[in-house]
Design a protein around this ligand. Structure first.
Ligand code: NCD
Ligand code: ZN
Length: 345
């Protein structure tokens, strides 16, 4: 008999939908499965105020397929020049659910990010006061720090201080990639959490670099050595409440990834939930998928769980090798690979 798995409808707590014509492909890819998603604001130009968040939200809603219920949870992009009032306005709107700190230069479209995370304390104060979570790209960008150590240095230099100075602030350590990050989250209670991507669960830096460079596995923060991957896996497989699903699905055109200077980001949305199911199944922990995908995130953000479900089927499924959106070719992450789970319909 075919094995199926029905879980409460999940949410994606870290997602890049991009903008313009691409929304016609990226929005359905997520909205057909996930009920809500935290929409990352690293557009060009970035989403730095409420008016921009409202307009972006409308462009997203226009691409939600008929009959599908999907709520984009909008995010403000923190900058050196942002005024605390911007955060107060965003909080009052009811459509903004987070503020993203990108250290300037840390990743794709982060040029207008924060030049020094220790210089925007009035913004953290406003976030704490208005109950808006701080979402962190937790990497330093100093040129003398090795790329594999950037996350660890961010924790030592910034995260500890922010956590201590703003005890009531909700903090999400986005796309955690190191044992140090995992340990920090575990040690800091209910107001500190982390999102976990499929690639950081399933791969380590050998998968990126041994036998040839795999540009489709290149994302930031970069894949780390196996002991870090194992720390992330252990936290998730143990059912720790502070670790939940955030794909960091981040589409770049195939030719921009397969290039002499390839872009960072894995477009995982087309197969996201089956990929996580495959991972949990591989580790004999399918019973832990639902809480990770559908319960820990809402509990952290103070939102209700969905009252409908999605069903997965245990069946070999080949992830599509390519997807065209608005005439542009994208390679879904793990495209062409066969995994053991797929969606029921
Ligand atoms: C993301 C993107 O392309 O927007 N890239 C990535 O490698 N994860 C940005 C980000 O989340 O760092
Ligand atoms: Zn991201």
């Amino acid at each position: 008999m075919t094995q199926t798995l029905t879980i409460i409808r999940p949410d994606d707590w870290h997602l890049h939908l991009r903008d313009g014509e691409l929304l016609a492909g990226t929005v359905p890819a997520t909205a057909n499965v996930f009920g809500r998603a935290i929409i990352m604001p690293n557009l060009t130009p970035p989403v730095v105020n409420l008016a921009q968040a409202q307009a972006y939200r409308q462009r997203i809603m226009a691409q939600v397929p008929a009959g599908v219920e999907f709520e984009p949870l909008m995010v403000l992009y923190l900058t050196d020049n942002m005024q605390p009032q911007e955060i107060a306005d965003a909080a009052a709107s009811g459509i903004v659910y987070g503020a993203k700190l990108y250290p300037a230069g840390a990743t794709t479209n982060s040029d207008s990010g924060v030049s020094d995370p220790s210089k925007i304390f009035p913004l953290y104060e406003a976030l704490e006061k208005h109950g808006i979570p701080l979402l962190l790209h937790g990497e330093v960008t100093d040129s003398d720090i090795d790329i594999f150590d950037r996350e660890k240095y961010f924790i030592d230099r910034h995260l500890g201080v922010i956590r201590e100075q703003f005890p009531a602030l909700k903090i999400v350590f986005e796309h955690v990639t190191t044992k140090e990050g995992v340990d920090f989250v575990k040690a800091n209670g209910r107001l500190t959490a982390a999102t976990v991507t499929p690639q950081h669960l399933m791969l380590n830096r050998n998968d990126l670099l041994v036998g040839g460079v795999r540009p489709h596995h290149y994302c930031l923060p970069i894949l780390k050595r196996r002991e870090h991957q194992e720390a992330i896996q252990a936290a998730v497989l143990s059912g720790h409440t502070q670790f939940f699903l955030g794909t960091d699905s981040a589409p770049h055109a195939r030719n921009a990834k397969e290039a002499a200077c390839g872009c960072a980001g894995c477009y995982s949305a087309p197969a996201a939930l089956p990929l996580y199911a495959h991972f949990f199944d591989t580790h004999g922990a399918l019973d832990k998928l639902e809480a990770f995908a559908s319960q820990f995130g809402p509990a952290f953000y103070g939102l209700p769980e969905h009252n409908d479900t999605v069903t997965l089927i245990k069946k070999d499924w080949q992830i599509p090798a390519t997807q065209h959106i608005a005439g542009v070719e994208f390679t879904p992450w793990q495209g062409g690979e066969t995994i053991r789970w797929c969606l029921a319909d």
